[in-house]
Design a protein around this ligand. Structure first.
Ligand code: BGC
Length: 417
């Protein structure tokens, strides 16, 4: 983190967001675009100015593909957005682009690399605001003008939304398809000197850590983790590959394959014909469902496996599979807890202040017992100090946050900032 904040990032990039947390007094009607996976969302948000938020409209659509040309990505998103824009007026739009973007200002930033399942050509290295605005303007009347007010990572969004609702919030966490953290850093800890003052509160700036890329986890990687990484199209993201929804099912599947090859059961599971033998065939949703199954002989698990073409299984094998799923999920939650501890104690080594992490994402919300495991991890590491850190789930927090970040930008312009 220190290296990142001094402008010499290694595996934790610490990308500046150019914006601070909101004051909670920002007002207006803002549109939020949340682009971070195939489920693209637009939300119209009314900020009341007293730490209160109302969602006026929320729509989503599913991208047909995760790869193709630049137009295959920005074209359908712009079409979708046009349908929302023609219906609703707004004071501005905030744009969440939930991939590693090296921002050079509040409304500009280049994609450093694709992560999760995305692989559209011609976007890496490009300014994702320019590409989005161009696609929207192409769909407007000739003299139409359209400007995105603010660009932010989804972790920055969930942090901003959390802080609008509760000023104690100083960290934003996503544990969904991908995983990452953002943190509000006081100016005296920002070692690099090339950054302008933040939009909003000039005494701090939010940083998108991109800590899913942290490679310090190599010391705890197993053979399965190394295999998953070697076979993945996404480079780096070693920590994300241990904690995020894109990967947890595959980690469990590879662990089953490993056990089978050592003669520890699962005979015939990976044989030809069954889906279980195909990479990524066992999903994180299925892993969740198996953890959820608490019947004595794991009947629901047997049915789930039947759907994957594994027709005959013993109760012992199903129990073993459940143990694997539980341990994969538990490890994810443990690493998430350590990441929160590391971040909180970096900005406040003595944990003298109260901290709050706003969290969004399907893994955090969906895996049974996940949240409790994160809290257990905090308590294991910090003992009573864990009371200083609250972890709060905030549904659609990143979308709300896009509106909040746009509002911070709009009100600082009004004040001449
Ligand atoms: C991306 C981050 C994002 C995270 C959660 C990761 O794959 O690199 O930018 O915040 O997913 O969506």
């Amino acid at each position: 983190m220190r290296r990142g904040l001094s402008g010499n990032p290694r595996s934790i990039a610490m990308h500046p967001s150019f914006v601070s947390r909101p004051f909670g007094s920002e007002q207006g009607r803002f549109l939020a675009l949340d682009l971070g996976g195939t489920n693209v969302r637009a939300t119209l948000v009314e900020l009341g100015g007293k730490h209160d938020v109302r969602v006026l409209d929320h729509r989503s659509f599913r991208l047909a593909s995760t790869s193709g040309s630049t137009d295959d990505l920005f074209g359908p998103v712009a079409d979708f957005l046009m349908s929302v824009l023609t219906e609703h007026g707004a004071d501005g739009m905030g744009y969440i682009f939930a991939f590693p973007v090296n921002q050079s200002g509040i409304r500009s930033g280049r994609l450093t690399k694709w992560t999760k399942e995305f692989a559209f050509d011609g976007v890496e290295g490009q300014d994702v605001v320019v590409l989005m605005e161009r696609a929207i303007r192409d769909r407007m009347d000739r003299d139409g003008d359209f400007r995105i007010r603010a660009l932010a990572n989804d972790t920055v969004g969930v942090l901003a939304a959390g802080a609008y609702l509760d000023p104690r919030c100083d960290m934003g966490l996503i544990v969904g398809t991908g995983a990452n953290l953002a943190v509000a850093v006081p100016n005296d800890m920002i070692v690099r000197r090339d950054l302008p003052a933040s939009v909003g509160n000039t005494s701090e700036m939010i940083f998108n850590m991109e800590c899913g890329n942290f490679d310090g986890v190599d010391s705890i990687q197993t053979d399965v983790d190394r295999k998953l990484d070697a076979e993945s199209d996404t480079s780096g993201q070693l920590m994300e590959k241990m904690i995020a929804g894109r990967y947890l099912g595959e980690v469990a599947r590879l662990r089953v394959l490993e056990a089978e090859s050592k003669g520890e059961g699962f005979e015939g599971w990976v044989g030809e014909g069954g889906d279980f033998s195909a990479p990524y065939s066992f999903t994180t949703e299925q892993l969740s469902d198996i953890i959820f199954d608490d019947s004595d002989d794991l009947t629901a698990t047997a049915m789930e496996l039947g759907r994957l073409g594994v027709a005959t299984t013993t109760t012992d094998e199903r129990r073993h599979l459940k143990e694997i799923c539980v341990s994969v999920a538990r490890r994810s939650a443990g690493i998430v807890a350590e990441s929160i501890v590391a971040t909180a104690t970096y900005i406040d080594p003595g944990l003298n202040d109260e901290h709050m992490v706003a969290v969004d994402g399907s893994v955090f919300r969906g895996i049974p017992g996940y949240r409790e495991e994160v809290e257990r991890g905090l308590a294991l590491t910090l003992g009573e100090g864990a009371d200083r850190i609250q972890v709060c789930y905030l549904r659609d927090g990143s979308g709300l946050g896009a509106a909040v970040v746009a509002a911070v930008t709009a009100s600082s312009r009004m004040e001449g900032g």
